[in-house]
Design a binder for this molecule. Structure first.
Ligand SMILES: CC(C)(COP(=O)(O)OP(=O)(O)OC[C@H]1O[C@@H](n2cnc3c(N)ncnc32)[C@H](O)[C@@H]1OP(=O)(O)O)[C@@H](O)C(=O)NCCC(=O)NCCS
Length: 143
């Protein structure tokens, strides 16, 4: 079942200006070490940050909280598989919120997809709950 969805559109030029103005204060408040390393070694540094900014906003919406209520930006972080596919990791308050919204006997899976086309970066997040293997009701017990 779907527990939550979220989307966000971020302006890459606005992120670029924020990076120029606030530098490491902005980087360190919003992005994990791994996210910073990825963005800084790319040609499109601002675009890479903007996609991750959008992913965090979208994730906070899917969690039903927005970025209020104590969720820190770094509680939601994006890495990439070797194929390039993005993966969302939640820790701290975001993890607590995810656990609280996950029905008993289920595990939560966070799906994230990113795209950018200058000056826009976009993210969608879907949170799915799947029955944990071995905890499904026996077929004869199902209606
Ligand atoms: C995946 C692909 C369609 C992305 O299209 P694009 O127009 O270049 O880029 P977009 O702006 O739309 O999207 C970029 C985002 O797609 C996501 N993405 C990349 N590869 C992906 C994949 N295999 N599956 C799902 N999402 C992927 C990433 O989140 C990426 O942003 P990020 O690198 O900052 O995290 C394109 O890169 C592709 O076809 N790649 C072929 C596979 C490949 O080259 N793999 C190389 C590693 S094996």
């Amino acid at each position: 079942m779907i527990l939550g969805i979220g989307t966000d559109l971020a302006n890459i030029e606005r992120i670029e200006k924020t990076l120029a103005r606030f530098g490491d204060r902005f980087r360190n408040r919003v992005f994990t070490e791994a996210e910073q390393q990825k963005a800084e070694r790319r040609a499109d540094t601002a675009g890479t940050y903007a996609k991750r900014w959008a992913a965090k906003e979208a994730c906070s919406k899917a969690l039903g909280t927005g970025l209020r209520m104590g969720i820190s930006w770094k509680d939601m972080a994006v890495t990439n598989l070797r194929t390039g596919q993005p993966v969302m990791h939640v820790t701290g308050w975001a993890r607590e919120r995810l656990d609280a919204m996950t029905p008993p006997g289920h595990e939560a899976i966070i799906h994230v997809t990113l795209t950018d086309d200058h000056p826009w970066a976009q993210a969608f997040v879907v949170i799915e709950a799947r029955p944990v293997a071995g905890k499904r009701p026996a077929p004869e017990a199902q209606p």
